[in-house]
Design a protein. Structure first.
Length: 672
């Protein structure tokens, strides 16, 4: 099955200190929320495709001059170029407008085609380079390109060429750089490309190529970089892959390759970047990877690799990125990883690792992102993690961790994302959380954390997501939360919180979700709730709140869910609810609301769930109930309603649950 082909993840060429050394990097180095997202990024700086072409061109210019060929070859080259132009069906930028053989376009004694856009020649007028990057050209590739025997660079990256790759390109004995990435090429990779014995860079990425990796490519022993990223390739990695002993960049990601890595893989000791991610590769990770002393980037995520993480990786001292998430890895996180002092990104989440978190990771002081979530890790969170002062993202959620939250974590002043939800952690949240002034996301729900929520959390003014539900926090909500002006998501449901909702909470005018359900909150709902005009979800059910529902609640016109059930709200439902035209879920059950069912409710045509059960509503069920054509759940039971069910209610064809029974236990008395 073909995998999705996101356009953003494009590899580009980047020059390093020497012209012979070129590296691939993801052009989409997405560093959002202060390095909150590290998936598929690397430490090199992306550049334009033009710079990429120049990087390859350096190799061409540094290469020895092509062997002398008969003058007749000049006309052969011209014929091939004209055939190339003829096969182009769209040239929106007029890139090939200079490709004519009219008089006067040959200058400096060169044949005319040597002055055409994107074409370079040697001193004898033989074509050595065709560079047409990001020009918008559409069409197919002519097989006549295989006749340009002196061609050293063919770079057509980021165009709209389609059809098959001509096997005749395999005749280009002098070719050192072939860039066909980011096009629409289809079909199989021609095995004839294995005849390119001089090739240094082969980029076929971001196409829709199918079939397997031809084993004849292993003949390209001079190859330094090989990328087939983001195609629809299948089959195994060739057994002979180890013959490419000069490779320093191997990028096979986002395909459907399967099987185990062959034994010859151990011979690729010059690798600096290895990206096998997003395939279906399986089997163990070869321990010989520890011999790849130049290795800087390892991307093996989203495969089916099994077995343990090789401790030998600790010998790869130059590693800056190690991403093995979403596999089937088991056993321990090797303590030897603590030797990787240059490591910036360590992503091991979504495996079946079952050890404690090694204390030695505290020595990886260059780490920016540490993600160990969704494993079966046990024990406590090591205090040594507090030494990772550069860390911006720490994700430990969905494990089996226990013990308390180390106060040393609050020394990680550069943290933007902290998650240790879905564990068995207990004890208080450290009061010195105020140090985390860069923190944007705090996800600690579903533990057994207790005590009061520290008032100092109000100093974390960068917070936009605070999820602390399903713990045992007690006492009042801390004052000062109104200082969290960036807060969009606040979830404190299912704790043991008590007291009134602080008035300043309603100063958090950017809130989109406010969940305080399942606590013991008292007092009334302040009219200031109407200031939260961005709210889409308001959950206050299961508390002991009382008083009237304020008319100002109608200002929450973006609400999708309003859940106030299981309180002691009294009097009438405000008519202003009619303003909530997007409301899909309205639950008011088990309160002390009275009067007739308000007509305004039955104008909320997006409602799918409506529960007003166990209140003091009187009078008939309005005929307007038939307006709620999207309803799947309707509960009006345990009220004092009378009359008959409107016949039009039979038109509610989405309805799955209906309860109109009137046999009721009395509603609770309003709080005094």
């Amino acid at each position: 099955m073909a995998m999705a082909r996101p356009r953003a993840r494009l590899y580009k060429l980047v020059t390093r200190q020497t012209p012979q050394s070129i590296t691939w990097c993801l052009g989409d180095s997405k560093i959002a929320s202060g390095m909150a997202s590290f998936k598929n990024t690397c430490s090199y700086t992306p550049v334009s495709n033009v710079a990429a072409v120049l990087a390859i061109a350096v190799l061409v210019l540094a290469a020895p001059a092509a062997a002398s060929v008969p003058d007749a070859s000049v006309s052969v080259h011209l014929e091939a170029l004209l055939a190339f132009k003829k096969a182009v069906t769209a040239d929106p930028n007029g890139t090939l407008s200079s490709w004519t053989v009219g008089a006067g376009n040959g200058r400096g004694g060169f044949p005319p085609h040597c002055n055409w856009t994107g074409v370079a020649c040697d001193g004898a007028g033989h074509v050595t380079s065709i560079e047409l990057v990001e020009t918008g050209l559409r069409g197919t590739l002519t097989p006549f390109l295989g006749n340009i025997s002196t061609l050293q660079l063919l770079d057509l990256t980021s165009n709209r060429f389609g059809g098959g790759i001509p096997p005749q390109l395999g005749r280009l004995d002098e070719l050192k750089g072939l860039g066909l990435g980011v096009n629409n090429f289809t079909g199989a990779i021609p095995p004839e490309l294995g005849e390119l014995r001089s090739i240094h860079v082969l980029d076929l990425s971001n196409n829709t190529l199918r079939g397997g990796l031809p084993s004849r490519l292993c003949n390209c022993s001079a190859m330094i970089q090989f990328s087939v990223f983001n195609n629809d390739l299948t089959g195994a990695v060739p057994d002979c892959i180890g013959d490419l002993v000069n490779l320093n960049e191997l990028i096979l990601s986002l395909n459907n390759l399967d099987g185990e890595l062959p034994p010859s893989f151990a011979k690729l000791t010059q690798l600096e970047t290895l990206d096998l991610s997003s395939n279906q590769l399986s089997g163990p990770i070869p321990p010989e990877i520890g011999n790849f002393s130049s290795l800087k980037i390892v991307q093996m995520f989203e495969n089916q690799f099994s077995g343990s993480i090789p401790p030998e990786l600790g010998r790869c001292k130059n590693l800056t990125m190690l991403n093995m998430y979403s596999n089937r890895l088991t056993g321990a996180i090797p303590s030897e990883l603590g030797e990787l002092t240059n490591l910036k990104v360590l992503l091991l989440y979504g495996n079946e690792l079952s050890s404690e978190i090694p204390r030695s990771l505290g020595r990886c002081t260059s780490l920016l992102s540490l993600q160990l979530s969704k494993n079966q890790l046990t024990g406590s969170i090591p205090t040594e993690l507090g030494k990772l002062r550069s860390l911006r993202k720490l994700m430990l959620h969905a494990n089996k961790l226990s013990g308390t939250v180390p106060t040393s974590l609050m020394d990680l002043v550069n943290l933007t994302y902290l998650s240790f939800s879905e564990n068995s952690l207990s004890g208080p949240l450290p009061a010195n959380i105020r140090s985390l002034q860069n923190l944007q996301v705090l996800v600690i729900n579903t533990n057994s954390l207790s005590g009061q929520i520290p008032a100092s959390i109000a100093n974390c003014t960068s917070l936009y997501n605070a999820s602390m539900a399903f713990n045992e926090f007690s006492g009042p909500l801390p004052a000062g939360l109104g200082r969290l002006q960036n807060l969009e998501f606040l979830s404190l449901g299912d704790n043991k919180l008590s007291g009134d909702i602080p008035e300043d909470l309603f100063d958090c005018v950017n809130l989109r979700t406010l969940d305080l359900a399942g606590n013991s909150l008292t007092g009334s709902l302040s009219p200031r709730v109407g200031r939260l005009s961005e709210l889409s979800l308001l959950q206050l059910q299961g508390n002991a709140m009382s008083g009237e529902i304020p008319e100002e609640i109608g200002n929450l016109t973006k609400l999708i869910a309003l859940q106030l059930g299981g309180n002691r709200f009294a009097e009438r439902v405000p008519a202003s609810v009619s303003n909530m035209s997007s409301l899909q879920k309205l639950t008011l059950q088990q309160n002390c609301l009275d009067g007739a069912l308000p007509d305004e409710i039955f104008g909320l045509r997006q409602l799918t769930i409506l529960s007003v059960a166990s209140n003091r509503f009187v009078g008939p069920i309005p005929d307007a109930v038939s307006n709620l054509r999207s309803l799947s759940f309707l509960d009006m039971s345990n009220n004092a309603l009378n009359g008959t069910v409107p016949a039009a209610a039979g038109n509610l064809d989405q309805l799955l649950t209906l309860d109109l029974s009137t046999t009721a236990s009395p509603a609770p008395s309003p709080a005094r």
